[in-house]
Write a protein that binds this ligand. Structure first.
Ligand code: NAI
Length: 346
């Protein structure tokens, strides 16, 4: 891509700390000189406040046009209220791949030199919402039932994404995580599809292994370095992606991408952090790393690498860190230090 060519993209600052970390991220993207042209939209509680809708049609229309979005956290009411706008966006744009990298940013923690990527199937499995209760003897919730659905097409799509991503990024191995010993149909189809696809199309191009999810969870704690790229179904991916975020210090620095054929949405993994919203102390790194993933997505790889490198330098050489990382800097202070790094010639 010609770096001068403008790139239209939707910007959803989001709720709580969202606007603060979004402004910080825009500042660093400006310092990088990347040519995004933003179409600002609201969703979540911001959408409810502005126009009575947590996912306004204008926001959907914008993403349909740009096919690319950077999104701050969106508030979802617990038990009742409106459905998660995040889940609706995943469904609306068939964002079937959830990409969650975890990389050590601050050395000296419990685990050093972690560099893992988890690819989670985002649309199928036990998240389809086919759930109900069966009432018995006056107890309306005597039995709870859920049905999971994995399709051949869905398994092919996510496995192909994982293999292509791993090869494209020069990674060494893809680990297929399953529970096909027990859920022989629901996760059996996933394992069978991954295995067939590997044998037919990817053998010799990338390493391959299969691990049962419970063993995987243990191995991630005992020796995470044995893994590289992991691919799994929706629920296991949800759990394991938080586990790998924990290996590198928690959700505060974890970026995520939701990718489909129709659009790609990049976000921080954490929520709107209402307890610290408006205080100017939020750590903006997760959203900045999500922006780095977005730069890779539009083939601005040099800019993505520069952003990641300068975040490392700001944290570890300049030692500027926000409170959640044990530092004293506020959002603006950290951002200013990072911008200074970005403006410094190599
Ligand atoms: P949360 O991630 O917002 O907060 C959990 C804890 O982490 C809090 O103590 C918070 O202060 C801290 N934290 C989060 N982000 C931080 C940051 N950037 N810097 C420093 N500290 C940070 O999770 P919670 O409280 O469960 O959810 C709050 C709201 O966010 C809910 O409405 C939830 O539905 C929504 N949410 C939205 C997500 C999204 O839009 N992708 C993801 C997760 C939650």
């Amino acid at each position: 891509m010609n770096p001068q060519q403008s790139i239209p993209a939707t910007l959803i600052p989001g709720d709580g700390v969202g606007p603060e970390i979004t402004e910080a991220t825009l500042e660093v993207l400006d310092a990088l000189g990347v040519p995004f042209v933003w179409d600002r939209q609201v969703a979540g509680m911001g959408g409810v406040t502005a126009c009575g809708d947590p996912l306004p049609p204008a926001c959907i229309e914008s993403i349909r046009n740009t096919r690319l979005a950077l999104k701050g956290p969106l508030e979802t009411p617990v038990a009742g209220g409106y459905r998660s706008s995040n889940v609706r966006l995943r469904e609306e744009f068939k964002l079937y791949a959830n990409l969650r990298p975890a990389r050590t940013l601050i050395p000296g923690g419990r685990y050093d030199n972690i560099d893992l990527v988890l690819v989670r199937e985002n649309n199928e499995g036990l998240y389809m919402g086919y759930e109900h209760f069966i009432p018995i003897d006056g107890d309306p919730h005597a039995v709870g039932m859920a049905t999971g659905v994995n399709t051949r097409q869905g398994c092919r799509r996510i496995c192909r994404f994982a293999f292509d991503y791993a090869i494209g990024q020069g990674r060494r191995k893809v680990t297929v995580v399953h529970k096909a010993n027990i859920m022989k149909a629901l996760t059996g189809i996933f394992l069978e599809t991954a295995r067939e696809m590997y044998e037919a199309e990817y053998k010799g191009r990338i390493g391959y292994e299969e691990v049962i999810v419970d063993a995987c969870a243990m191995k991630l704690v005992m020796n995470p370095w044995q893994f590289d790229v992991l691919v799994t179904t929706n629920l296991f991916g949800d759990i394991l992606s938080d586990e790998i975020a924990g290996l590198v210090g928690g959700l505060g620095m974890a970026p995520g991408a939701n990718i489909g054929e129709q659009a790609a949405i990049f976000e921080a993994v954490h929520g709107s952090a209402p307890d610290i919203a408006g205080k100017g102390i939020a750590n903006p790194i997760a959203l900045m790393l999500a922006a780095a993933m977005m730069l890779d997505h539009v083939s601005l790889h040099d800019e993505a690498a520069r952003l990641r490198r300068d975040i490392d330098l700001t944290l570890n050489v300049d030692k500027v860190r926000t409170g959640d990382l044990g530092g004293t800097a506020g959002t603006r202070e950290f951002t200013a230090a990072l911008v200074k790094r970005l403006m410094t010639a190599d």
